[in-house]
Design a protein around this ligand. Structure first.
Ligand code: ATP
Ligand code: MG
Length: 366
């Protein structure tokens, strides 16, 4: 939550693959923005994921979690890679991230999907459909079917095996994520679409009832409801109709990936995972991209934009966040591209140079 102090401690979790390359750029951009805005950052780099497994034998060392908990925000690169794919479940890099989310109780996951006009041809959808898309999916992250009990396998008297999970939400959980989403919608274009399956699922029926009740606190926000099957269709049919979408854990998992693909550029999309109290986690939505790791080919924009979300949603430093958003747009306008977003007539550069271009702009902007 926003504070008035102008010195912040940031836990840096570079992780694996391209993680260290993209977080280095984002860290430099944060430092530079801070120097222009009178903000001081104290970074502490810690181990998470495969890097942590190799050094300590666990994907989330206790020390990483305790340092993260005491900091003001967490900037994360990416975790995982082929090297650990055959590890047992408990010792996978991904387990470290789940444990970190649990440990920090980050129940609200924000994934903006923005179509950059400079990169419109990256989308597989037609220009007229994606032009101007600017939406955010607010996904409930710590409840629902991924955590619900009972869960497991059972075998009946005939030897027939079943697997089962439980979709379950309490009013408290729904109220928290709903209020959170209304606040976001209020700061955006004032439109909230709640996505559920209230025609079939009891957990969704309660969800819809609670969303309607909470809506009375936000008369200035225009609320709509959509069944998830329709929402997944509407997202590719006419994505511009959406501003803020709020939904449960599993629907949000699927819809936020779908929304990301509308933009066509995985290397451009940031995310934030937030708690009511304590620090949030800010990370690009892409993975560790082991195929291009260590080659200075990674696109650092998603992590830089995650750093902007860190400033805005994690520290309440909106002006500094806007400075970064603006510098990213300007770097694109000046034609600088990494390979994943390159097109004819633009300038192909590496990860490091993108960082330098972003900061070069800061220099000329003051
Ligand atoms: P996850 O770790 O979520 O399972 P994944 O293995 O499905 O991720 P990524 O690691 O995101 O996928 O990589 C998918 C493809 O996108 C790869 O070819 C990778 O090189 C490319 N890619 C991902 N992130 C970036 C980036 N920041 N810059 C350039 N290319 C990227
Ligand atoms: Mg991967």
């Amino acid at each position: 939550s926003p504070t008035s102090k102008r010195s912040y401690s940031i836990t840096l979790l570079p992780g694996d693959g391209i993680g260290p390359e993209v977080t280095t750029v984002a860290k430099n951009v944060l430092d530079f923005t801070g120097s222009l805005e009178g903000i001081k950052f104290n970074f502490r780099e810690m181990l998470l994921g495969g890097a942590a497994l190799d050094e300590t034998g666990v994907p989330l060392p206790d020390e990483t979690l305790s340092v993260a908990k005491q900091s003001d925000a967490i900037l994360l690169g990416a975790i995982g890679g082929y090297k650990w794919d055959k590890n047992e479940k408990r010792l996978k890099p991904e387990t470290g991230l789940l444990q970190l989310r649990e440990g920090l109780k980050v129940y609200a996951n924000l994934r903006p999907a923005i179509v950059f006009p400079q990169l419109m041809d990256a989308s597989t959808l037609k220009r007229e459909i994606v032009d101007g898309v600017d939406l955010v999916v607010v996904r409930e992250l710590t409840g629902g079917i991924y955590f619900g009990k009972p869960r497991g396998f059972s075998t009946d008297e005939n030897g027939e095996e079943s697997g089962f999970n439980t979709e379950i939400y309490t009013t408290h959980q729904i109220d928290c994520i709903t209020r959170f989403a209304f606040e976001i919608a209020q700061k955006r274009r004032g439109k909230l679409c709640s996505v559920d399956k209230a025609n079939v699922l009891e957990a969704s029926m309660l969800w819809r009832r609670r969303v309607l009740a909470i809506a009375e606190e936000y008369p200035d926000v225009e609320l709509s409801h959509m069944y998830v099957d329709n929402a997944s269709m509407q997202l590719v049919r006419y994505p511009k109709q959406f501003d803020t979408i709020v939904t449960n854990n599993i629907f949000g998992d699927i819809l936020s990936d779908e929304a990301a693909m509308i933009t066509g550029s995985i290397g451009m999309l940031p995310s934030a995972s937030l708690a009511d109290l304590g620090p949030g986690i800010f990370e690009p939505i892409h993975g560790s991209a082991p195929d291009i790791a260590g080659q200075d080919k990674a696109n650092p924009f998603a992590t830089v934009l995650s750093a902007a979300m860190l400033l805005k949603y994690g520290l309440g430093e909106e002006k500094a966040a806007e400075r970064i958003d603006y510098a990213v747009l300007d770097t694109l306008n000046r034609g600088f591209r990494t390979a994943d977003i390159y097109s004819a007539g633009t300038k192909l550069v590496g990860c490091k140079q993108i960082g330098e271009e972003i900061m070069g702009l800061f220099g000329s902007a003051v």
